[in-house]
Design a protein around this ligand. Structure first.
Ligand SMILES: Cc1cc2nc3c(=O)[nH]c(=O)nc-3n(C[C@H](O)[C@H](O)[C@H](O)COP(=O)(O)O)c2cc1C
Length: 473
């Protein structure tokens, strides 16, 4: 900004001096932020509002059923029943697997509904043979959401029926590329788009959408993926005119983790491992204790018969299978057409179901990289409280760092403010003494000092904006 006349320069000077008080209002706002208890933001997906921005990841076989899902929903989060292999808990599974699956899923949804008024979803593997049948049950029972992983839910989706039943669709992906492909194809095929997305990073438990080489590569870590998926979905947000929540999963352990991921643009997190070690988790106590006993080095990879790698607590069952030492078995029900159970020397559904029942020698336990950090089994409500406290601590820590920055900026501001005032009087003095050359130089100094003030004011404004965003995040 140039001031060619003295009056305009003096007006600018006066305004600048008046605005020096801006730091007082900034300070007040930061103090206000620090005085309040920062809470996490609710997760909104369409007309669903979860006050706790945590989705309990669907965990098959039978690890997340109505018990765990309803407890999480009662704690304000989203509880998820895993559909995969659910019929194994029914008597007639080996006679008619599909009928057993349908019966069991319906019964668990009804049970969950009787235990909570909260939000209940169902997790279904896209590649599963009973995918359509599972979807039909979800539609009939009007679950709140469906989470669709292990494949891209693109072709043959009953979108009209899902919308009529007011069911939100949430694909699970491992990359921004997969996310935008699903959204693009949905627009083309259905003139519609999914309601939210889960992006799962390589530290998760269960099947993973990565190669073994990608697992430790910084380019595939969840912090990077979240930012990429948020960016990839931005064009779809503009066309829909509302936000598309991105939910971060894989290795989320503490409230500080949740805070970090929300600051990166996630709207919520999905957690599996931590919910296994809860009283309400539907697995047998031996399954939960496997987590408590696990050492860091016990958690490793398996080549799953379903054609993906998976993260599990490696045990004798796994090493025996890898060595070809498991006895022959009969596949009772080809639940996944691409399954290579014979090559792997075991059926994964049966192995996981055995572990669920506590028969650990005939199965194994999926677990995320952080499972070894868990030391006790707690109630879901207590776990959620612990996570909230951790989140609040992290938010306050960040605010405190912002306040320190603010104080430094304020000190700089005071110094330059004094310079501005002194340069202004020097300038006025030189004008009064009719020394135009010196006055010109003083004016240049004065302008530079004003610019410095301006920069600090901007930085102060940025500090407060970050503080406000932090309170929202
Ligand atoms: C025991 C166990 C079973 C799982 N089963 C499934 C499943 O059936 N379908 C699915 O999409 N994800 C499954 N997952 C992944 C979770 O839904 C969730 O995304 C993941 O656990 C998040 O990472 P975390 O374990 O580090 O929290 C499973 C995870 C675990 C630990």
């Amino acid at each position: 900004m140039t001031h060619t006349t003295l009056p305009s320069l003096l007006t600018y000077f006066k305004e600048t001096v008046q605005q020096t008080n801006i730091h007082l209002s900034v300070k007040k706002s930061i103090d206000r932020l620090l005085a309040s208890t920062p809470s996490w933001p609710a997760l909104t997906i369409g007309d669903l509002v979860a006050p706790t921005p945590i989705i309990q990841g669907g965990m098959g076989v039978g690890i997340s059923l109505s018990g765990l899902a309803s407890a999480v929903a009662n704690a304000g989060g989203i509880g998820v029943i895993a559909a995969n292999g659910i019929g194994l808990m029914e008597k007639g599974y080996f006679q008619d697997g599909q009928a057993a699956n349908i019966r069991a899923l319906r019964s668990e949804i009804k049970k969950a509904r009787s235990l909570t008024d909260g939000i209940i979803g169902v997790n279904i593997m896209v590649a599963i043979s009973d995918f359509d049948q599972f979807l039909a049950v979800c539609i009939e029972e009007r679950v709140d959401l469906i989470f669709l992983g292990a494949g891209l839910p693109i072709k043959g989706m009953p979108v009209t029926q899902l919308r009529e039943a007011n069911i939100k669709v949430v694909p699970i992906v491992s990359s921004a590329r997969a996310a935008s492909m699903i959204f693009r194809m949905w627009e083309k095929l259905y003139n519609d788009i999914p309601d939210a997305i889960v992006v799962e990073g390589p530290k998760a438990g269960g099947h993973l959408g990565f190669t073994a080489e990608q697992l430790d590569d910084p380019a595939y870590q969840i912090e990077r993926l979240v930012v990429e998926v948020v960016d990839a979905l931005r064009p779809f947000e503009s066309s829909r005119g509302s936000a598309i929540p991105v939910i971060a999963a894989g290795g989320v352990y503490s409230g500080a983790d949740i805070h970090r991921l929300l600051c990166l643009g996630a709207s919520a997190v999905q957690m599996g491992t931590r919910f296994v070690a809860t009283k309400e988790c539907d697995a047998d106590i031996h399954f939960k204790e496997a987590y408590i006993k696990a050492r860091k080095e016990d958690i490793g990879l398996i080549d799953s018969p379903v054609g993906m790698i998976g993260r599990a607590i490696r045990n004798r069952f796994i090493t025996d299978s890898e060595a070809g030492l498991r006895p022959a078995f009969r596949c009772a029900y080809q639940c996944l057409s691409s399954c290579k159970a014979q090559e792997a020397h075991y059926c994964i559904s049966i192995a996981l179901n055995n572990a669920r029942k506590g028969t650990m020698e005939s199965g194994f336990v999926f677990a995320g990289t952080n499972a070894y950090r868990i030391k006790r089994i707690v109630a879901v409500a207590d776990l959620v409280d612990e996570l909230l406290v951790g989140y609040q601590r992290a938010a306050l820590g960040r605010l405190t760092r912002l306040l320190r920055r603010f104080e430094r900026l304020k000190a700089d501001y005071a110094t330059i403010e004094a310079q501005v005032a002194s340069l202004a009087s020097v300038y006025e003095e030189l004008i009064l003494r009719s020394l135009p050359e010196q006055a010109k130089r003083a004016k240049a100094h004065y302008r530079r000092a004003c610019l410095g003030l301006e920069r600090i004011r901007l930085a102060l404004g940025e500090t407060i904006a970050q503080g406000a965003a932090l309170m929202k995040a």
